[in-house]
Design a protein around this ligand. Sequence first.
Ligand SMILES: [Zn+2]
Length: 429
Amino acid sequence: MTDTQTTNAATMRAMGERAQQKIDALAAISADPDRLTRLYLTPEHKRAAKLVGSWMDEAGLSVRMDAAGTMRGVLPPGRPGRSGNKTLLIGSHIDTVIDGGRYDGNLGVVVGLLAVEALKARGETLPFAVEILAFGDEEGVRYPVTLTSSAVAAGVFDPATLDQKDRSGTTLRDALVAFGGDPAALAGEAFQPSSVLGYLEVHIEQGPVLERINAPLGVVTAIASQSRHRIRIRGEAGHAGTVPMAMRRDALVAASELIVGIEAIARKDRKNALVATVGEIEALPGASNVIPAEVRLSLDVRAASDEARREAVAAILSLARKTEAVRQVALTFETVLEKPVAACGRRMMAAIQEGASRVMGKPAQTLLSGAGHDGLSMVRLCEYGMIFVRCRGGISHNPAEFVTIDDMGAAVEGLVETILALARQEDDQ
Ligand SMILES: [Zn+2]
């Protein structure tokens, strides 16, 4: 190790330790004393947003909470830029799932903040403004919608969403007002596409690839194409003791055959990162002595391209029709959600590759994100890019979620180098 490398390692370690302190401070803010639960527009969300706001303030950013409850901190440009002092957005979310982990989302906000602090401390001036965004609703746990706050920032929020209710019957509109937000001002919170350079997000991988290849950071290429479906299979109920096997139309046996077939279809396609999951199953009437008359299944299909996903869904549908005929059941297949692939921008990916490889001393692995992120909103505003950070066992949405201090330090340094790479691009234009 050279002297510079030793210094860098020590600096990164110190930044990782600061990240850990902030992550722990945020993790202490929860609706439940013994687990981490922080839902959109709750008192916990407010406390977390305020804490982030105070950190932004300490970092010398100009801070405000927008009408959707997003905490925003701006670092003005330090010098003229050739494309006219646009704003580089850096963000992630501070809401969690119920009994979630402390790094999902929160890490991206903390790393963004520490990167800006590091740039200031090193006297770096940038030819663009940087705005840190702490979104409040990525997970979509409280309301049936998701990505509310990033949709507002991207200018793609659907006002009809304000009528959605949570379990207690509180509308999103009322919750927003109680929080201190302003439903009438949401449309005015959208960034102008011409004023934005791009959106960057640092996020835990939530998968096992980086751990397997022993790399702290990776470059995301896209958020996967995804669809969700509901399958309903109707057979015929009957007495478990009296109807002979040959005369049954058992909906659960038909469903089982289909589920195994779905797995086989998904396993055949390795090229397009195809995954298919039946995560919910309900058998009716649901008695041990009755032949199942009806089964309801959920199906989630994701792939690296819309085409690969559509092909897989078509193959699953044709298998379903075959099962229907062979098993003499009635089957309905409904598509309830369809999201096209959201590709990361070339310019953002190139900057992240440059930044991450500088920190790691080797080229960064490219990865597809199987999970959805705020980038799904932001891609409709501007070019976006994501840096994935290794997490232990690929575990997330779970209290066992874990990122090492060194990896968090590498994430801060990787983001600093990515921002500097974008600044160089701006100078070369
Ligand atoms: Zn997340």
